[in-house]
Design a protein around this ligand. Sequence first.
Ligand code: SF4
Length: 323
Amino acid sequence: LDNILEIKNLHVHYVTEDSEIKAVNGVNLAIKKGDSLGLVGETGAGKTTTALSIIQLIPDPPGIIVEGEILFNGKNLIHNTEKENKQLRGNGISMIFQDSMTALNPIMRVGDQLAEVVITHTKVSKAEAKRQVIDLLETVGVKADRYNDYPHQFSGGMKQRVLITMALLCNPELLIADEPTTALDVTIQAQVLELIKQLRKKYNMSMILISHDLGVVAETCDRVAIIYAGEIVEIGTVEEVYTNPKHPYTRGLFESIPKLEEDQSRLFQIEGTMASPASLPKGCYFHPRCKYKADICETISPGMQGEEHLSKCHFSLRDEVLA
Ligand code: SF4
């Protein structure tokens, strides 16, 4: 099997008494073993919902996987039992969450929390678990003598290293990192990204990195998928997408990145706001904001076009239209 993960036509909704939020609307993705994919989009585009679906943590209710398949090493996770899901999260897929404050227990020593993860999943002795934790903490740059410290004694960057340790303790084949450096200042952010990159190589893990930051993805990933209103609108290698973005939304994202030499007051921003997942427009979901839209865009949803570098736009292959 070449692909460690394959998502086919995934639809995830959040249904309450008076609304139906269509958070993910037909996502297709494949990740090869050892590959890293950046998933880029604005807040509310469906990044985290896609990630939570993969790791089988969609809160149900109100979340429902309405349709689709999530194949991990060829097995569809959607039909997993709770026991199988625990195993999956124990040694198949790990997730680093954005908010380290909620991931760590504030009244428990950090080392003990990490050792507990090892003991739960591998049934080794307490002494052996402690040895493994200290080894890994040192690998991620946390000194052994911090084993007995509490979470509040760690800085933001160090706490993120602890969370990375927690994710790696289970020896995952696939690591999902959800905005792992957003809360950190720029220097620390660069160090943590470098660490993630090194560890991924060392342990030969596949990775999905969720971010709203194109720069972070360029630094860390081989491929990139751009998500808008719950759909992947463009996917390809970082090199192809960054040098030749085909979808108008992707082009808008690149044009929105501030450049040092430019007058910031004249910064291009994509006009309008993202379509509400509670009332998506007909046709192309991006059409209310798209400066290239034609009549067809208001009624017919475009298919994915291209082979290795794909874009979901009626005109994505016709550069003269998007010039
Ligand atoms: Fe714009 Fe039409 Fe392409 Fe949608 S399909 S991105 S509205 S040009």
